[in-house]
Design a protein around this ligand. Structure first.
Ligand SMILES: NC(=O)c1ccc[n+]([C@@H]2O[C@H](COP(=O)([O-])OP(=O)(O)OC[C@H]3O[C@@H](n4cnc5c(N)ncnc54)[C@H](OP(=O)(O)O)[C@@H]3O)[C@@H](O)[C@H]2O)c1
Length: 319
């Protein structure tokens, strides 16, 4: 019985592997718009798709990001300034893309831009921290998508959204998981809504990878900044040594858990853009596949038990 089951699983995996091999044809006329191309996954994806022959429109937040990317890529790649939180900036880029793609329409948009600080326990934040992050990570995704959706419908193309394993399970506090859970919601509604138009909506949910998002110095500076502005009453709740412990745990866990091979994520993004039969969800990273996602299906009481057993104890602990 067990061997019969194993055989079925192996057959399924072989079938899926073969089905997922073919790539779309005519890459030269399939325009791909990527947000957040200054660094990290977006930057690598822009270079990778450029090498594969896709005409890439790379949204960069900084002038330096634009300049560096232009130098590293072919003339087929166009860079443009993009701030996903600015209506004017999003509209300006959409108008440029409309002009550029002409009758082809836009093959794909990859909503990659995102921020991950400030991040700390929920009550270390003020509501403006939540608004700031939701503005970039969620409203930015929605604004960019809506700005080019008619062009994507025209091409029968794709929307690729970048969420996170923290869009499936929330073990840290602060606005990051809030924003990523919301991206999952937008993605799922859009996927269903766009299916009748032949538009595919695909989601990338990476685990921990070494980029600015998981940079321990950036994260630690942010935690220190949050602590410094806390009212004394909240500092007393946590205890005076909490900050040092939090810094130690943050730096140890980020360096231990983050995978340096960003191509694992970029290959999933490329597959979502270029495969004839893309997957609806990709979970790059061993931690995503074997830890965070399985944990997201567990009963809440078990998840809480696992997370709380590794948590830093607070001073005013209540039973
Ligand atoms: N690294 C991970 O472990 C991980 C895990 C799960 C999900 N993700 C997600 O993956 C995506 C890419 O992040 P990454 O890890 O590659 O980190 P990253 O290198 O920091 O990339 C994020 C990019 O977004 C840009 N950006 C920030 N604010 C923007 C704005 N208002 N408008 C336009 N662009 C803006 C950043 O520009 P600047 O560099 O100039 O600020 C940067 O180029 C994010 O959505 C992130 O949440 C990352």
């Amino acid at each position: 019985m067990f061997l019969y089951f194993l055989g079925l699983v192996v057959l399924f995996l072989i079938f899926r592997w073969i089905r997922e091999l073919p790539r779309v044809s005519d890459k030269g006329s399939k325009y791909v718009y990527i947000t957040g191309c200054d660094s990290g996954f977006g930057n690598l994806l822009a270079r990778h798709l450029d090498k594969l022959g896709f005409p890439v429109i790379a949204g960069c937040y900084t002038e330096k990001g634009e300049e560096d990317l232009r130098k590293a890529c072919s003339r087929n790649l166009t860079t443009t300034h993009l701030d996903v939180t600015s209506k004017e900036s999003v509209a300006k880029v959409a108008a440029m893309i409309k002009q550029k793609v002409g009758h082809h329409g836009l093959w794909a948009v990859v909503n990659n831009a995102g921020v991950a600080v400030p991040s700390g326990p929920c009550d270390w934040h003020v509501v403006d921290d939540y608004k700031f992050m939701v503005n970039v990570n969620l409203h930015g995704v929605i604004a960019v998508t809506l700005s080019v959706l008619p062009l994507i419908k025209k091409a029968g193309g794709r929307v690729v959204n970048v969420a996170s394993v923290f869009g499936r399970i929330s073990v840290t506090g602060g606005p990051y998981p809030v924003s990523k859970f919301a991206v999952e919601g937008f993605n799922d509604s859009l996927r269903i809504g766009m299916a009748p138009f032949g538009v595919k909506v695909l989601l990338i949910e990476p685990g921990f990878f070494k980029t600015n998002v998981t940079d321990s110095k950036i994260q630690i500076d942010s935690v220190k900044g949050l602590w410094d502005r806390l009212p004394q009453e909240i500092k007393d709740d946590y205890g005076s040594d909490y900050l040092d412990k939090a810094i130690k745990v943050t730096s140890e866990s980020l360096s231990k858990m983050s995978d340096g091979d960003l191509m694992k994520v970029v290959n999933c993004m490329e597959h979502a853009v270029a495969a004839v039969w893309p997957r609806k969800r990709y979970s790059p990273g061993w931690d995503a596949k074997f830890f965070w996602l399985p944990m997201s299906y567990m009963p809440t009481c078990i998840v809480d038990y696992i997370v709380l057993s590794g948590a830093i104890p607070v001073k005013r602990q209540k039973k």
